[in-house]
Ligand binder design. Sequence first.
Ligand code: FDA
Length: 308
Amino acid sequence: MLRSALLTAARSEGIRRTVEANPLTRPVVNRFVAGTAPQAALDVTRELAEQGMSVTLDHLGEDTEDTVQATTTVRAYQQLLAALHRAGLAERAEVSVKLSAIGRLLPSDGDKIALDNARRICESAEAAGTTVTVDMEDHTTTDATLEILADLRADFPRVGAVLQAYLRRTEQDCRDLATKGSRVRLCKGAYSEPASVAFRDKHEVDRSYVRCLKTLMGGEGYPMVASHDPRMVAIASELAARAGRAPGSYEFQMLYGIRPAEQRRLASGGETVRVYVPYGTEWYGYFMRRLAERPANLGFFLRSLLGR
Ligand code: FDA
């Protein structure tokens, strides 16, 4: 119930304005978001790289219905990628892109505009010596996102996909994508989805996650295990060993600010660990999904709103 309410609030303009206007939210938001300026993203990338970790950077924003905004987002990614290259950080950092931030929801030709814009970001990533992962949004976008991904991968084979274990279709998507050269980030899924398309029970989601992991680890692609769940991390390590995969032929991914000690522990044990680092002013939707994942975060947040 609480999770659904928070995920609904994540898409409410009214609540968004109230939350954003309250300066007391900043310290809580800062736990999950690197900062508003690109320099903050670069600083966090350098810090994590010095601790032996890799990064994927997300220029925050989603659900854009404005062409200018979509173009501005593309430019922001291009500038970030050039800055990563100049700073010598591109080897450690890729970018994560939401298609709804770069035009997919525009009233006419949204898919084509998003594909063209994603292509521009992929070109800049390639020029910088790195790559892109296409984030996955709610289930109404899965087919279109996977189609755009297939188009991008024809020219940029390293572009990564994201699959969400809570969707009933995902086991099949894992089978389709567990092919040579393909990079697949497996997460549980962060949106409010109906039972017709998604498992709603936590244990069912976990069981689906494990089945998907088995397919990806046993396949020929590069699995990216995106979870903070200690059981999923342990099972992933076990499945990787069973499949004869050495560290570096798969990776762990976690969100900035969540279980940082575990991120360091895995990295110091020789695993490849990539931290998803969001930055920018459009933090509201991202932040609300993080609150929905963990009621303890909500208590912390409400206390900050009340100034306690
Ligand atoms: P689960 O939610 O079961 O949490 C397991 C444990 O992790 C908790 O008990 C707690 O200790 C810790 N934890 C989890 N969330 C926390 C939080 N918010 N605050 C504090 N502790 C927390 N989703 C999506 O739909 N599309 C996408 O493209 C992506 N991309 C993505 C990239 C990366 C790198 C990650 C790690 C995650 C995503 N996600 C995502 C989000 C994902 O779907 C999921 O919502 C969260 O990762 C939480 O799920 P867990 O697997 O961590 O397990």
